[in-house]
Write a protein that binds this ligand. Sequence first.
Ligand SMILES: O=C(CO)[C@H](O)[C@H](O)COP(=O)(O)O
Ligand SMILES: [Fe+2]
Length: 224
Amino acid sequence: MTACCINPSILSADFANLQAELARIASADAVHVDVMDNSFVPNLTLGLPVVKRIQEVSDLPLDVHLMIDDADRWAPGYAELGAASVTFHAEAAAAPIRLARELRSIGSKAGMALRPATPVEPYLDLLGELDLLLIMTVEPGFGGQPFLDVMLPKIRRAAEAIRGSGLPVALQVDGGITEDTILRAADAGATVFVAGSAVYGADDPDQAVVRLREAAQRAVDERR
Ligand SMILES: O=C(CO)[C@H](O)[C@H](O)COP(=O)(O)O
Ligand SMILES: [Fe+2]
């Protein structure tokens, strides 16, 4: 049985009260931290010193999503501070295999993300180097954007390739995940769901996490 994971994105949380915001998502599987550099994406969020403090105060594992250039240089620092997984963009890494190996050798899971227009096929040979493949379901850079349904065939192809490989690679989707769109993403084969506005925009973020997980699990169970 595939267990569905819900990783709320603190991009939609109150940045002035991050510790308190973490306490509002106790049922989450991990906390998704969006690092943006105003170069790879047209937005700027936070970097190593702030993520280090989040790691120190968080009871949840950190799922770091790096939307930054020169991932080869910066990503290992996030593994060193103790992040459970570090996901770099394929488009921003000069040597993705070397980088994934470095992340794993430090003790973090290695994730690789693909922008919506980046095809998955050229990267399927790298599955053995990865613990997580992230298919972006919005253009990276901002929360609150609508889910791109045109990504569903890509999610399906990635899920089939992962199943065929027999490798324990998690298939993550990020962007526009709601109680509605999570059904389609889960049906297509995603197993880890990032949700920012659907969680932190809810009156009770923890209840939103529970409901998203139930919806995803229902879709996975129905697919079988
Ligand atoms: O990586 C991201 C944006 O680039 C965020 O993780 C994502 O957008 C989450 O926010 P929402 O659920 O509101 O779309
Ligand atoms: Fe993200």
